[in-house]
Design a protein. Structure first.
Length: 400
């Protein structure tokens, strides 16, 4: 664990081979039904798995030669993801009778992945049908936002989570990057509405009232990490301010390493299906996703520390299928790690502050007493073996 705090991704011919190994493992797991398995564990497990996997590929191949074999493989995988996302088994849990058909979660994630596919493709490669679908989806999202009194749309009947709407708005910003500028004014107005409905910490809340947009639950680590992964695409200045508040309230050291709390400092709470396990106040999902939030907001030092902390505590393995964490216990964890790492940390971002030494100190406090205990056992073999005396052996023979 101490050694892995100095981890650096293996780069060969400009390609992050560690990330490629992760994607190969996930490709194998997907072919064996991982997305359907995740649907049994999470309310939107299938769609979430497919979108994160597809987006990881989109980021990974975005700067590659479009004619390379890896790039071709990535496009095939993204196409499979989009097909599965729009399948009846994926869409059956989403409600059509909402202001935004199928809700903010489905509309945001599915449209954003489609937009990323278009963005990384040459104009000559783009399907007219997919372009029209993406633009139509953007119109539906924009009209729903215009007709809403609050900046947030329902994901399910009477249920609003701002993080879901962030992805919807990010797809509008993506439209303006890929095609003509159309939604910049709407996005500006939307940001102003958001600023008027922040929580008690001045952050975008975790959940809100579907009618008024008033916070029902204040900011939490998991949703903040996700929001701050996309907010820079929408409004980088506002994102920077939100990130600094988030960092002050949620970043905390454990055993000398920086991690992300699930609840703000001074507040304790339980984990749930979204946060994953909350251990010692630290949210597992919040910490994993915060790597992407940090690097997208220019905090490459924290991104590097979280990345290497995951390497230390995730116990990665590599086999014939690829690279995976925690013995492949949960595919959703692996796909989140791949997605957060698909936008690589800048090479000059590594901290020179020797931040690993704090963990080394805590490790010594554990290791040295353990070595002393083992040394005492080795030094006194009778204590280790616990040999019976001659009388006991004699009685033992007689009894046998």
């Amino acid at each position: 664990m101490n050694i892995r705090l100095y981890y650096s991704p293996a780069i060969k011919e400009g390609i992050n081979t560690d990330l490629f190994e992760q994607l190969q493992y996930l490709r194998s797991r997907r072919e064996h039904g991982a997305a359907k398995e995740m649907q049994q564990l999470f309310p939107e497990g299938l769609l979430f798995f497919e979108c994160l996997y597809g987006l990881a590929w989109a980021d990974f191949i975005s700067h590659m030669d479009r004619n390379s074999e890896i790039s071709k493989q990535g496009k095939v995988e993204i196409e499979k993801c989009l097909k599965n996302i729009n399948s009846p088994s994926s869409m059956e849990i989403f409600q059509e009778d909402l202001k935004l058909k199928n809700g903010a979660f489905f509309s945001g994630w599915s449209n954003y992945l489609l937009g990323r596919k278009l963005e990384i493709s040459e104009e000559s490669e783009r399907s007219i049908a997919e372009i029209n679908k993406f633009k139509t989806n953007c119109i539906k999202i924009s009209e729903s936002l215009k007709n809403s009194e609050t900046p947030y749309l329902e994901s399910y009947t009477h249920n609003c989570w701002p993080a879901d709407v962030i992805i919807c708005v990010a797809s509008l910003a993506l439209h303006d990057r890929v095609f003509e500028k159309k939604y910049d004014r709407l996005i500006e107005n939307w940001i102003e509405k958001v600023k008027n409905r922040l929580d008690i910490h001045g952050l975008i809340p975790h959940s809100v009232n579907y009618k008024s947009g008033i916070p029902l639950e204040n900011a939490r680590g998991e949703s903040q990490s996700l929001i701050l992964s996309f907010l820079p695409e929408i409004d980088s200045a506002f994102s920077k301010l939100q990130y600094l508040r988030f960092k002050g309230l949620f970043v905390e050291k454990r055993l000398g390493l920086n991690a992300i709390r699930e609840y703000p400092k001074g507040i304790e709470g339980q984990g749930d299906i979204d946060s994953g396990p909350v251990i010692w106040g630290i949210g597992t999902a919040a910490t994993i996703v915060a790597q992407r939030a940090a690097q997208n907001n220019g905090d490459f030092t924290l991104a590097n520390q979280i990345q290497n902390g995951i390497e230390a505590f995730g116990f990665p393995k590599v086999n014939g299928e690829g690279k995976f964490y925690l013995n492949g216990y949960l595919d959703m964890g692996d796909v989140f790690i791949a997605w957060t790492r698909s936008t690589e940390i800048k090479q000059n971002s590594k901290s020179n502050s020797w931040w690993q030494f704090s963990f080394h100190f805590w490790s010594l406090l554990i290791i040295l007493p353990l070595f002393y205990f083992l040394f005492q056992i080795w030094k006194n073999p009778k204590k280790r073996i616990g040999k019976p005396n001659n009388f006991q052996r004699s009685n033992f023979r007689d009894s046998v």
